[in-house]
Write a protein that binds this ligand. Structure first.
Ligand code: PGA
Length: 251
C-alpha cells in the first residue's frame, strides 16, 4: 500500500542556524510523539549536510528543493543530484511551480532532473498544478496531464519510486486552499492517468500529496480523501508546532 507522507518545503527561508534549530526542534517533537506517516523536510542546499546528521533517519527524511539537470562540470552555481546524495539527503523536490515560473523549467528539463535524481538514488517529489487562469478556464486536467510527461517517460519500475504532489498554483502561499472535494477530484484524475499509463498496481502504490495553504486546521479534511496521501507544506513547515499539527492529522 502507498505511504502517507507529510513533506515540508522550506523554500528560501531560514539561515543555517535557524534551519538547524528548526530541524532539532522537529526531531525532538517527533521523537517524543512518533508520527503516523512518513515525514520529510526539504531544505535549502546549504542546510542539507548540517541537518541530515541531526535528525533520526527512521522518523525524518531530508531532501533538497531542486537539483541540476546536468551530471557535473562547468555549470556555475548549480548543485548536482550526486552532491545532494553526498549530504545524506534522500529526497528532492522537482517541478515546483516557482521553479517552473521563475526559472523557466520546462517539461524536458524536468525530465532530465528526474532521471538524474533517480539515477543517484534520490526520491523525487514531483510537483504539478495549474495556475488560476487555467482553473477558471477548467483546463486543470489538461495542464497536469501535460506536466506529467516529464515522468511518464520513466519505466514502471522507476515511476514506482517517485512521489507526486498536486499543488494548484492559486493556492500556494495565498491562504486559499483547494476544497477537499476539488483536491480529491483532481487527485483521482491523476491516479486514473497513472492507471492508464502503468496499470492499477503502480497507480495504487503512488503517493499523491496535496500542496497549497495546507495548515493544521484543514489538513485532516484534505488527507481524509481516498486519493490524497498527505501534503507538501510550505509556510506551515517553517514552524515546528504548525508542521507537527499537520503531521498529527494522520493520528
Ligand atoms: P504553502 O506552499 O503551503 O505555503 O502554500 C506549498 C508549496 O509551495 O509547496
Amino acid at each position: 500500500m502507498r505511504k502517507n507522507i507529510v513533506a515540508g518545503n522550506w523554500k528560501m527561508n531560514k539561515n543555517l542556524q535557524e534551519g538547524i534549530a528548526l530541524a532539532k526542534e522537529l526531531n525532538d517533537a517527533l521523537t517524543a510523539d512518533k508520527p503516523n506517516c512518513d515525514v520529510v523536510i526539504c531544505t535549502p542546499f546549504i542546510h542539507l549536510a548540517s541537518v541530515t546528521p541531526l535528525v533520526d533517519k527512521a522518523i525524518i527524511g531530508v531532501g533538497a528543493e531542486n537539483c541540476a539537470d546536468k551530471v557535473s562540470g562547468a555549470f556555475t552555481g548549480e548543485v548536482s543530484a550526486e552532491m545532494v546524495v553526498s549530504t545524506g539527503a534522500q529526497y528532492v523536490i522537482l517541478g515546483h511551480s516557482e521553479r517552473r515560473a521563475y526559472y523557466h523549467e520546462t517539461v524536458e528539463i524536468l525530465e532530465e532532473k528526474v532521471k538524474l535524481a533517480l539515477a543517484n538514488g534520490l526520491t523525487p517529489i514531483f510537483c504539478i498544478g495549474e495556475v488560476l487562469a487555467e482553473r477558471e478556464a477548467n483546463q486543470q486536467n489538461a495542464v497536469v496531464a501535460a506536466q506529467l510527461a516529464s515522468v511518464f517517460s520513466l519505466s514502471a519500475e522507476d515511476f514506482g519510486k517517485i512521489i507526486l504532489a498536486y499543488e494548484p498554483v492559486w493556492a500556494i502561499g495565498t491562504g486559499k486552499t483547494a476544497t477537499p472535494a476539488q483536491a480529491q477530484e483532481i487527485h483521482a484524475y491523476i491516479r486514473s492517468l497513472i492507471v492508464e499509463k502503468y496499470g492499477k498496481d503502480v497507480a495504487e502504490n503512488t503517493s499523491i500529496l496535496y500542496g497549497g495553504s495546507c495548515k493544521p486546521s484543514n489538513a485532516k479534511e484534505l488527507f481524509a480523501n481516498a486519493d490524497v496521501d498527505g501534503g507538501l507544506i510550505g509556510g506551515a513547515a517553517l514552524k515546528c508546532a504548525d508542521f507537527k499539527g499537520i503531521i498529527d492529522a494522520f493520528k
